[in-house]
Design a protein around this ligand. Sequence first.
Ligand code: NAP
Ligand code: MG
Length: 512
Amino acid sequence: MVNRIKCYLPLLFLSTYSNEEKITLPNGRISNVYTGLFINNEFVDSVDRKVFETINPATGKVITSVAEASDKDVDLAVEAAANAFNDVWNHVDGKERGRLLNKLADLMERDLEELAALETLDNGKPFYSAKTYDLPSAISCYRYFAGWCDKIHGKVIETQHDKFCYTRREPFGVCSAIIPWNYPLEMQAWKMAPTLACGNTIVFKPSELTPLTALKVAALCKEAGFPKGVVNVLSGFGPIVGAAIASHMKINKVSFTGSNAVGKSILKASADSNLKNVSLELGGKSPNIIFADSDLDQAVKWAHMGIFYDSGQCCCAGSRVYVEDSIYDKFINKFKEHALNIKIGDPFHKDTYQGPQISLQQFNKIMSHIETGKKEGATLLIGGERHGEQGYFIKPTIFTNVNEEMTIMQEEIFGPVVSVSKFKTIEEVIKKAHLTKYGLAAAVFTKDITRAIKISNELKAGTVWVNCYNLVDANTPFGGYKESGIGRELGKYALDQYTQVKTVQINLGIQM
Ligand code: NAP
Ligand code: MG
């Protein structure tokens, strides 16, 4: 770190602690950080007055402590959200909801540098990426759904002569979202923007590893003018807060992004409680297929970004690269050279491409996958070890000589680890591409448009990129086939996730 971080740790043993504090960020900016639970437009202590530490993964040091919610706080937040829905929000028209979402986007633009720096501090992603990609993308998501607010409507359905039938798209009421730590501001936007645009209120749970920007956005929601109780943010632990949300009888919908195991537990909790609507965006093990006729330099660069961007902590990461055998040697040499040139280190340094992994736990999990890869007979071409002395950095890692039975070809590693293998025919590579339980994304590199379209149509994946990787826009749907999830986020499709359809049948004269 260029500058030392000054932390003002809350006084844990006092009966209340300050829910707001000033932190000097490593880039010299002062940030007002909120550390309470956000319920009814106020930052409050948790009922149990418990707190937990949030860590800077680049140093392993504590940034500050935030309130730790329990099921009691979930009850309070749900009550706030239900009152806000019934008394106010359900009567606020689309134009006004859109104005508020646009106002929030304006405030995020005003505070862009501060939000980006806070994201980098808490998550470890390069400041450049946070500022250039995460923030603009989150802001554009709020603006995109702001535009939908007054365009959500049903249909008139012609049935019989003496009947008038129409549908309405109505909000669920109290919704909830549980998100992971890899894109805290973006994931918050992907969930909150459509939830609010569709007229729901929300109880939002960020990851315990990255609570700070979600709480900051909560403060901006209040400043934007959202009525109290419309947006509630609860920091805390998944098995406590997340589980209480998943099984809550008064939450009508949960949107979740994270691991498959937790996703399945949420679906079970819904079945065992009130059958709340559940949408899931889960993991991936995405194949990236590179044909001999592709623009090799471009394919190398995209494949590189496809796996190493965000330290490999991306659900759609292209972690299985398949290269046509006639260009395999050329590809692997260039790909390796690129990986060896990655600037890894202080995420606030302007040249850094790769920051730390999010936590010691994730660091250990990734290192253990690397060990398994070696034990199961894959060749470790480069990397496979820690970078630096502090923080949770892992060198970009490439495995070759892999096969589909290996653990590293089946399990989501969620780190800067890629397996590269060869193929001879289209049939062979499509078969291999499908040999996992996942189906989140895939990519194809070729100049042959017919082949590109045929393969894109064949691949069992929610997104297929052709001659590119990781391109996602607020207006393009995103989600998984197979065990990669249920439902689609973003785009017009997201409106289906956050509304329920009512059919109204009016008798114009049918006699019994
Ligand atoms: P995770 O456990 O699924 O966490 C995601 C969110 O769910 C967090 O907010 C978490 O809270 C919460 N949660 C945890 N246990 C819960 C429970 N029993 N009920 C309800 N909510 C619960 O994911 P992770 O531990 O952060 O990462 C583990 C693996 O998941 C990664 O290695 C990766 O393979 C995968 N992952 C996928 C994505 C994706 O975008 N699809 C994102 C992140 C991780 P806490 O923060 O308190 O744990
Ligand atoms: Mg953190």
